[in-house]
Structures are given as structure tokens and as C-alpha cells.
Design a protein around this ligand. Sequence first.
Ligand code: HAX
Length: 433
Amino acid sequence: MSLLQKKLAEKIEAHRPRTRKLVKEHGNTVLGEVTVAQAIGGMRGVKSLVTDISYLDPMEGIRFRGMTIPETLAALPKPEGKEAPYVEGHIWLLLTGEIPNKEEIAEIVEEFKKRGQVPAYVYDQLRSMPRDSHPMVMFSTAILAMQRDSKFTAAYNKGLNKMTAWEPMLEDSLDLLARLPTIAAYIYRIKYQGDTTIVPDADQDMGGKFAQMMGVDAPYDELMRLYFILHSDHESGNASAHTTHLVGSTLSDAFYSLTAGMCALAGPLHGLANQEVLRWIQGVYDKLGGKVPTKEELTKFVWETLDSGQVIPGYGHAVLRKTDPRYEEQRKFCLKHLPDDEIFQVVSMLYDIVPPALEKQGKAKNPWPNVDAQSGVIQWHYGVTEYDFYTVLFGVGRAIGVLANLVWDRALGYALERPKSLTTEMLENIVAK
Ligand code: HAX
């Protein structure tokens, strides 16, 4: 048994009685009410999911296992001579709730190196796809194709023991997490770099290997360690996390569940927003004949977007009510590594222009930028200008959080999801009373 499995087994054993006690002794305690607006309006704020892996406070932002982003980045172990922590250490943290010690980090980094081999049929399948397929279609297809290797499904077919169901789920999750960066980089190379691929350097950590396979020089490896960590988890109610959890609740394995979650991430109101930000900024440049916009020109463009009934991508959030700390952390990276970048300066100008415009328009509950407002510009700076690829990067990061949740879902035996729906007539009758 690996150190990770052993640690998780201890944590799960200690946790199970807490969940059991809550259901048995306090199952009828009311957590909140559901309004008509919530039932029609996307269930905003309805307290109906449980996770201990991260918590999103509207004013403070995300905490991973109780730690803010700066605390997490400071506490996680780093590869020698590097600024950004091991992604593998963050995976350990999300799964176990603890920062890995020296021995544990060494083991999990090695574990990921061992599991990183992508089956040849996945490459064949990707190569057979039309190159104008969206990269999220290629990414999701590759994940789903690997379902044939699912250890969870194999265990289910033999007769799954509920108490140990998390073990094959962990196996599948680790296999997936080890392979996803390689698959993502492979898609990038065959789709945008003339079908040329780079053989992965098996000795590198996850961030280093990803940068190497993309063919982008340092400090891109640092960026991607930071990026994958920042995008990993945002509690359970966001569309990609919730979809993964929902599909997993049917006892679908990690391959099916993650594919579904990635399809949710591919929507423009969710993960596709990072591509939309760059597309929108390019729209400004196109309109001005390639010229860098002035503040006045940018303000005009913002209002044209709003007046035509479209959203400003990268701004607003369903839960947050302040600037996203993930935006701030990426902004710090930009100020350090690319302060003079032209597009970064446009993104910074937008930070001054968009919030007052959204406040003036008076619709968005949160006028502040979210994670997606900042992430594309850094990719662009390092030459990854194919912005329809950006959601795949988000997907590699998001897989960490949703798969950690899936392991815990099985460990705690979370039930099949089945909320109740009402008809419009029923709502009309309820409000008439
Ligand atoms: N620009 C213009 N209008 C906006 C807006 C924005 N950035 N954000 C919200 N609004 C509008 C909404 O469209 C809505 O209008 P209607 O009443 O006409 O329907 C109104 O303000 C109220 O919306 P809200 O309650 O503040 O926001 P929601 O919880 O409904 O939606 C969204 C949250 C993130 C989807 C929304 O802010 C948005 O569309 N933002 C732009 C897209 C984006 O950046 N998405 C990424 C979010 C982060 C993420 O999940 N990344 O993966």
C-alpha cells in the first residue's frame, strides 16, 4: 500500500463516523429554504452539497482544505530551485487534507511518473479526429476512450464492496491525473504545431513535463504549476464539479464522470470564458486595425458589448463578490514576469474600466474579475496564442479537484443524486396561497 493510500485509509476511517452521525442523529435538521427564484434560477446558494476539499467564501475566495491560496502556495513543497509548488503535492493536499512531508512528496512525484504512460490507442484516436474539432472535444474524447481501463468498473463487475469502493476510484483518478497533461500537450502539438509531438521526459515533475511537451521554455513550467493548482477546485456547486459528482453518484467510474465534467467546463459561462476573454480582446484590436486601444476606446467597446446584450467575459461570478484571488495570484505572476506585455496592459486597463461599467449597468451581482480574466494573457505571452486551447488547460487543473471529490464521494458512500422537480403550475399554486 502506498503512503498516499495508507494516509487516505486513515483519514476515511476517521471521517466516516462523522458523516454517519450527522445523517442518523441530525438528518432532519433544516439547512435552509429554497425560493421560487432559486428553483428557476439555477439553484444559486441552495445548500445541498457537502465537500471538505475546498470552500468558497463570497468575500474571501477559495480555501483549499482550510487554507487560502497564498497559504497553500507557501505551504506546499517545491521542486528544487523553483518558485511554484509541485502540483503532485497539491493533489496530496486535496485528497488527504495534509501537506505532504519529504518522503510523501517524493513518493507521489514518483508515482505520477510511473502512471504517466498514455495508451497508444488514445494517440491513434486523437490523430484520427478532424483537426478543426474543438480541443475540448478531443480532450473529452481521449478521457472517455480510456474508460476500458477503469479499475473501478472492473471492481464493480467483480462485485464492488462499498467500504473499499474508493480504492479503485483512487487508482483511476491517479491514472487519469498522471496522463492528462500529456494528453493535453499532445492535442496542442497535433492541432496547432503541424502534427509535431515531443516525447515526454519521464524524469520531470508534472508541471515541468507539461511545459516540455508543449515545447515552451521556462518559466512556463512555473506558470503551469501555479495554473493547475489555482484551477483545481472551487467547492462542489460549480458546473464542472457538480456534473462530475452527479455522474459519479450513479456509480459511473472516473472516466465517465470526468468526461461529463469536462463537457460542462466547455460552456462559455464556465471554463470557456478564458478563451472568450482573449477572443473579445482580439475583437477590440481587429476593430481598431491592430492598434493598442486607449482607455476611451476600450470603455466604448465595453459599453458596445453590454448594450448588445452580451456579457463581458472574465467578469462576474455566481458566488464570489470580490476580485477572485485566483485572478490576483495570476496578476502577481504577470507583474513579476511580464509587466510590459501589451495585452497584460489591456487586461489591467479592463480592471479599471469593467467594474464601474457593470456597476453602472446595475445587473451583475459581482462586477469584479474572475479567474478567467487573467489566465489567457499569460498563455499568449508565452506563445500559446491558440486561445480555443485554453479551456483544456483549465480542464487539466479542474480534474484534480473533481477527482479528489469523487474518491471521497465513494469513501463516504454519497448517494445517487435525485432532486425533485415541480411544474410551473405547481409553483403558481404555491405562490397563490
Ligand atoms: N457582463 C455582463 N452582464 C453580466 C456579467 C458580465 N460579466 N455577469 C453577470 N451579468 C448579468 C447576467 O447576465 C444577468 O443578466 P440577466 O438578468 O439579464 O440574466 C445579471 O447580470 C445577473 O447575473 P448574476 O446573478 O450576477 O450572475 P450569475 O450568477 O447568473 O452568473 C456568471 C455568473 C459567471 C455566469 C456571469 O457573471 C457571467 O456570465 N460572466 C461572464 C462569463 C464568465 O466570465 N464566466 C466565467 C465564470 C468563472 C468560472 O466559472 N470559470 O470557469
